[in-house]
Design a protein around this ligand. Structure first.
Ligand SMILES: NC(=O)C1=CN([C@@H]2O[C@H](COP(=O)(O)OP(=O)(O)OC[C@H]3O[C@@H](n4cnc5c(N)ncnc54)[C@H](OP(=O)(O)O)[C@@H]3O)[C@@H](O)[C@H]2O)C=CC1
Ligand SMILES: [Mg+2]
Length: 344
């Protein structure tokens, strides 16, 4: 936290103590909603809901052509459901996502059992694929749709206890499910993934899977095995995928990644020694992996992605767009090359 504070603008640090107390109150409020069924229902009745249809979020285009996530007040949504011939109490199936700085709770609901076009007409929007929504929405809304879909998907796939086979029931917030026959409590699940940008000091290593769009290269990624530390996963994945041995690791950041299912991406920079740079690609996992110079990476970062790539010409190299944590790693590496840390 102290490290983050150093880079915050003066205005933010001045307001930090006020912001901090708001933040603490808000986090405690959200936590109470997860534990107190009555409080959660009250918060839902005075809160807002955003919608999905079979896990595709509803977006609305403004007159300025900007896509937004429409937030429907509880009462409005009840009215919409009634007009579509549904019992308005279906709103109570909503799942808690977060709450605003004004402590207004935000929920989401999948209305997959209703006619999609009828809901779109009532709400003045369209249900779109999550990937498209994630790429189209502004910064603060994209993580919300990702989180909402992940939670709704988890509920849809965990309706039964894997030990007893009996139905599970959710709490009002949707933060857990319980099997009442044996008391087992289930919580939403994410798979931890390490993503790492390997450098030899002068170049960085990027790779592509055969399923990537043409010309796109990214950092190495891999799922953690049971019982591994993140450092062990990182060393193993780099060894498995490109046959290199990592000598140092530096944490960069993390991100919830909804594709194809919930992954918790932990991003790190890693180095190999300059004498140990011979890449040996595992072609079961990767189509290609190679070292890139600073100039090549600068050129890739300048491109609007994905670039026009005529089929009959070698593809232009490009990297994942800014919302992907791989992009952040690549930008940080360029910064490090341009402004090397002098140890002071
Ligand atoms: N946000 C970002 O910037 C980026 C995100 N990613 C994400 O990182 C994740 C992992 O990358 P990837 O290189 O594919 O991973 P891996 O290198 O671990 O290889 C994927 C393989 O792991 C197995 N697998 C799938 N799901 C799981 C799981 N939950 N736990 C353990 N093993 C699993 C599957 O093998 P099998 O079929 O043999 O069982 C799959 O083919 C993906 O979700 C990808 O979308 C990747 C790059 C950039
Ligand atoms: Mg991988």
């Amino acid at each position: 936290m102290l490290r983050c504070l150093r880079v915050l603008p003066a205005r933010v640090t001045r307001n930090f103590s006020r912001w901090c107390s708001n933040y603490v109150a808000r986090m405690r409020f959200i936590n109470r909603l997860k534990e107190d069924e009555g409080a959660c229902l009250t918060a839902l009745e005075s809160g807002d809901v955003f919608l999905y249809h079979t896990l595709a979020p509803l977006l609305r285009k403004t007159q300025q052509g900007v896509f937004q996530l429409p937030l429907l007040p509880f009462k409005d949504l009840e009215g919409i459901l009634n007009r579509l011939g549904k019992d308005g109490s279906m709103v109570k199936d909503s799942v808690l996502i977060t709450c605003t700085e004004q402590n207004r709770a935000l929920f989401c609901l999948d209305v997959g059992e209703l006619d999609q076009q009828a809901v779109e007409k009532e709400c003045g929007g369209n249900f779109v694929d999550l990937r498209k929504a994630f790429f189209t929405l502004r910064g603060e809304e994209a993580p919300l749709v990702a989180r909402g879909q992940a939670l709704l998907r988890w509920h849809q796939g965990n309706g039964f206890c894997s030990a007893s086979g009996k139905p599970t029931t959710r709490n009002q917030a949707g933060s857990q499910r319980v099997c009442h026959s044996n008391g087992l409590v289930y919580y939403p699940k994410m798979s931890p993934v390490i993503i790492t940008l390997v450098s030899d000091g002068k170049r960085c290593l990027l790779a592509r899977q055969a399923s990537f769009p043409r010309g796109m290269f990214s950092a190495l990624a891999g799922f953690c095995d049971m019982g591994e530390t993140l450092e062990e996963t990182l060393r193993r994945e780099v060894a498995e995928e490109v046959g290199l041995e990592v000598v140092s690791v530096r944490y960069s950041g993390s991100q919830h990644w909804p594709f194809p299912q919930s992954s918790f991406m932990v991003a790190c920079h890693a180095t190999v020694s300059p004498g140990n740079t011979q890449v040996d690609v595992d072609h079961e996992e990767l189509e290609e992996a190679r070292w890139f110079t600073l100039e090549e990476i600068r050129a890739a970062l300048k491109l609007r992605t994905p670039p026009r790539n005529p089929r009959d010409q070698p593809p232009t190299i490009w990297v994942p767009p800014s919302y992907a944590i791989a992009h952040k790693l690549i930008r940080e590496w360029v910064d490090d090359q341009e402004h090397p840390y002098d140890g002071k």
